[in-house]
Design a protein around this ligand. Sequence first.
Ligand code: DC
Length: 217
Amino acid sequence: MDIPVLTIDGPSGAGKGTVSRLIAQKLGWHYLDSGAIYRALALELTEKDVLHESIAEIVDVALGMDLVFSSENRSVLLNGQDITDLLGLESTGNNASKIAAIPEIRAALLQKQHDFKQAPGLVADGRDMGTVVFPEAKHKVFLTASASERAERRYKQLKEKGIDANLLKITADIQERDQRDSERQISPLVPAADAIYIDSSTMSIQAVVAEVLSLVR
Ligand code: DC
């Protein structure tokens, strides 16, 4: 059977996670947060202190990760340990972006991502979902927003959580991460040739969800 896949790629902070989750819920499809896999590996490498070891050792760690995503409460278990809060840290995202530039790591994580493609369908969120991981996907979206808008959103999110935040620093981090993710040699952040481009800078989450759903239905 041909399992339908909707890919939603774009830079960090464009609203991919929120939009993808809502759409997966509405369609009753599975959801893949591929960034969380890179983040989990970054945490595991830091914890095991093997960031500076050989690529072969890093790949072993990647292949050995036991990752469980719970759909009910959005928690993530890595080798039985709840890492949900650690996954969301800015430092985890930055470390994930660094290790994500290593081709052997991307290759080692491919199967884990393919495993999410199950009936009745999949919404896959990331950077290379439509270009590399699921190039056969029927529906592809590239969701972006201006760097300043994405920084503002992140700033508000952190403030709401009571976390001290600095808008200038967040903007600089976002720009640095965009550049690294877009300019890397392997699987860079680029829209698939057949992706629909949506700029959410002045759109509400509901408006983006409605537009993407209209593509799928
Ligand atoms: O989507 P995110 O912020 O959770 O992703 C964290 C980092 O992981 C991102 O900066 C680059 C990397 N990543 C990737 O290279 N490919 C993906 N499909 C998803 C994330």
